[in-house]
Design a protein around this ligand. Structure first.
Ligand code: 3PG
Length: 307
């Protein structure tokens, strides 16, 4: 079988080598499309692929239509909002993710963001410490749990809100379950977002929530830009000159936010949460292994589209 790795933002070389080795041992061939600059290049490259591995690359209905031999697409990572699941399902193409594999890298970035913002983006002047501060984790999944663990080690008081996770599970980790999302925003100095982009969460973080933050509060986004109502965030930052926003996924109006709010906002130049050699190796190798296993045994354990 032909497995295409299509990554506009390439994996570390060690990850690609490992993926090639996994495929070779199982008798499959890997093809690479890296740093491509137009969707057409992916559409061309996918034509004869039996399997596709991507990161945040957009697997649109057009890509699926062009991939006449495609049987499986694996998002090497957690969020699969970049894959047109309906188009996959219509062709009975299995779509999978590799949950948890890059979670530690994203969690470490979230911790770094807290310190970076507490120290005025490493510019001169008096900053503050995160020890003793309150952190609220919105969505207690693979990343949220790791952020909680690390923050606790740094002496923070950690809260979490997740309607899909039992309070007892949070308590067992020494995390305080928030009574409501609003309560968590009202209580915490930092809020770290770990919700996926779904129809329910899109634009769900807006003025009413953000302005609940206590004085000097900071919202941190290592999740998706789509979950933010950007116009309302702008208004919240305008009306509350004490609050801050840091994101790993630049807002569509980021230039405007930077201009208006200076050092109170920060966006990484390119999404870097999962940009570690370790995360690339974990997620890349998992993706390759899942494909090999799917072709060998039909294993669909990590399938995210069902029919
Ligand atoms: C994910 O959903 O796994 C993360 O957002 C990482 O995305 P990336 O592979 O594009 O860096």
């Amino acid at each position: 079988m032909t497995i295409l790795i299509a990554t506009e933002k390439p994996f570390a070389a060690a990850a690609v080598n490992g993926m090639k080795e996994i495929a070779r041992k199982a008798g499959h061939e890997i093809r690479l499309l890296e740093k491509y600059d137009s969707p057409e290049k992916l559409i061309d490259a996918v034509a004869d692929a039996d399997a596709l591995i991507v990161r945040s690359d957009k697997v649109t209905a057009k890509v699926i239509e062009a991939a006449r031999n495609l049987k499986i697409v694996v998002r090497a990572g957690a969020g699969y909002d970049n894959i047109d699941l309906e188009a996959c399902t219509a062709r009975k193409i299995v779509a999978m993710n590799t949950p948890g594999q890059n979670a530690n890298a994203v969690a470490e970035l979230a911790v770094a963001m807290m310190i970076f913002m507490s120290r005025n983006q490493f510019t001169p002047g008096t900053g503050s410490e995160i020890k003793g501060k309150k952190l609220g984790i919105q969505a207690y999944g693979n990343v949220g749990k790791l952020v909680a663990q690390k923050a606790k080690c740094l002496g923070m008081e950690v809260y979490a809100f997740d309607p899909y996770v039992a309070a007892e599970k949070m308590e067992a980790d020494g995390v305080k379950p928030a009574a409501s999302l609003e309560d968590m925003y009202r209580t915490c100095n930092f809020i770290s977002l770990h919700i996926p982009a779904t129809p329910e969460t899109r634009k769900s973080i807006g003025y009413d929530l953000v302005t609940l933050l206590p004085a000097g509060g900071c919202l941190m986004n290592t999740a998706r830009k789509e979950v933010i109502n950007e116009a309302e965030l702008d208004k919240a930052l305008t009306d509350r000159p004490d609050i801050k926003y840091i994101t790993d996924i630049a807002a569509d109006n980021q230039a405007e936010l930077n201009e208006k709010f200076g050092k109170r906002v920060f966006a990484t130049p390119k999404k870097m949460g999962a940009e570690t050699a370790e995360a690339n190796i974990n997620a890349g190798l998992a993706a390759a292994s899942q494909i090999v296993d799917f072709f060998a045994t039909g294993n669909t354990k990590f399938q995210v589209n069902k029919w």
